[in-house]
Design a protein around this ligand. Structure first.
Ligand SMILES: [Fe+2]
Ligand SMILES: [Fe+2]
Length: 143
């Protein structure tokens, strides 16, 4: 059983963002498996760097997407992202100082945050976007 299981209830029906969320889930599982297999400091360090970097990349990409659809709740969404980034970076400093026990804490933080955030907060912009798409296509068919 994986550390994080991708299930359909994590889908927000925006394919590009679903793909990035799946990538994050894959990276969380990869780190978890490597740690469980007893991989060394160097390997875990490389995986953690990739995971944290990709988390930042995803949050940035998502914010660009929210701007592109004129999302009404973009500011509170960005605040949530900023809070996570601060928490992650704080733990990452400890991790980088050689405290590998921070690894599982970082992993738990990212998993819990990601799953809750996707289900509640990301889903809201997914619904908002799908309404926009539906409104555009109904304008097209009635024009
Ligand atoms: Fe988000
Ligand atoms: Fe997201």
């Amino acid at each position: 059983m994986s550390f994080v299981e991708w299930t359909n209830n994590l889908s927000i029906r925006v394919p590009e963002m679903d793909q990035q969320h799946q990538q994050l889930v894959a990276m969380l599982n990869e780190y978890h498996d490597a740690a469980k297999a007893g991989k060394g400091h160097e390997a875990l360090n490389a995986l953690m760097n990739r995971l944290v970097d990709y988390t930042k990349t995803h949050l940035n990409n998502e914010e660009r997407f929210l701007e592109s659809i004129d999302y009404a709740f973009i500011n509170s969404h960005k605040t949530e992202h900023r809070r996570l980034t601060e928490q992650v970076l704080e733990l990452k400093i400890q991790f980088d100082s050689g405290d590998l026990s921070t690894g599982p804490k970082l992993l738990d933080l990212l998993r819990d945050w990601l799953v809750n955030h996707i289900r509640k907060v990301d889903r809201m912009y997914g619904d908002y976007y799908l309404k926009q798409v539906a409104a555009r296509s109904s304008v097209k068919t009635t024009a």
